[in-house]
Design a protein around this ligand. Structure first.
Ligand SMILES: [Ca+2]
Length: 221
């Protein structure tokens, strides 16, 4: 009986971890090789990085009105998706994102150009998660970006669940005029069996073109 009870408790614990993205820091198999791969990938990306200016566009300044999030208790909507955090760029980020809260950056470019796209992402309340073009969809003008899988995690402090990190999503093509870069939850069950997305702090786009974004500063006022 005791063994069975212990097994049941263990199963329950495993289930809880599964809900929050599938694993604690030490549950992964081959965590070390994985981070080596990531380091290599980052180096490679750095080598192929284009020259130009790095522009930073804040996720909390995109149009949030009409979006429906995916909260732990209740679902935040609109500007309720913008959250304050001292460690975030500009002091805010957007989080608790689901399939009904695509974050859309409308970037105006003065020319057709190649650009390097980086995102600053956090775990929000999701624990440790892997993100790839299927579980977290990134599109540029409707075309899916085939980026290399990356992970988000809670970091050292369990209370600091945002733990923002910059992830290189690779090279993208921008056209002269308006470009739409969209981030939306894909095929995953990371939040209580519902598709979720990492929290988004900002984008960093490096290119020779001149870029701008109309900022909805009222979101955080
Ligand atoms: Ca931000």
């Amino acid at each position: 009986m005791k063994k069975k009870a212990a097994a049941a408790v263990l199963m329950a614990a495993v289930t809880i971890f599964m809900i929050a993205c599938g694993g604690s820091n030490d549950a992964g198999n081959g965590a070390a090789p994985e981070s080596e791969e990531t380091a290599e990938a980052e180096e490679e990306s750095a080598d192929t990085e284009g020259t130009g200016t790095e522009y930073i566009f804040e996720a909390e300044y995109t149009v949030l009105e009409g979006l429906e999030g995916l909260g732990v208790s209740g679902s935040p909507t609109g500007i309720g998706l913008a959250k304050e955090k001292a460690s975030a760029s500009n002091g805010f980020y957007v989080g608790e994102l689901g399939t009904s809260s695509p974050i859309t950056f409308v970037i105006t470019s003065d020319a057709d150009a190649t650009a390097t796209l980086k995102g600053v992402f956090g775990s929000n309340a999701l624990g440790n998660c892997s993100w790839n073009p299927e579980s977290f969809i990134v599109t540029v003008n409707g075309e899916a970006v085939q980026y290399e899988e990356f992970t988000t995690d809670n970091g050292m402090d369990a209370n600091d669940q945002e733990n923002f990190k910059t992830k290189n999503l690779g090279e993208i093509q921008l056209k002269a005029g308006e470009n739409e870069i969209v981030f939306v939850a894909g095929d995953n069950t990371y939040r209580s069996n519902l598709p979720s997305a990492p929290s988004i702090d900002c984008l960093k786009i490096t290119t020779e073109a001149a870029l701008s974004m109309e900022e909805v500063v009222e979101n955080i006022e």
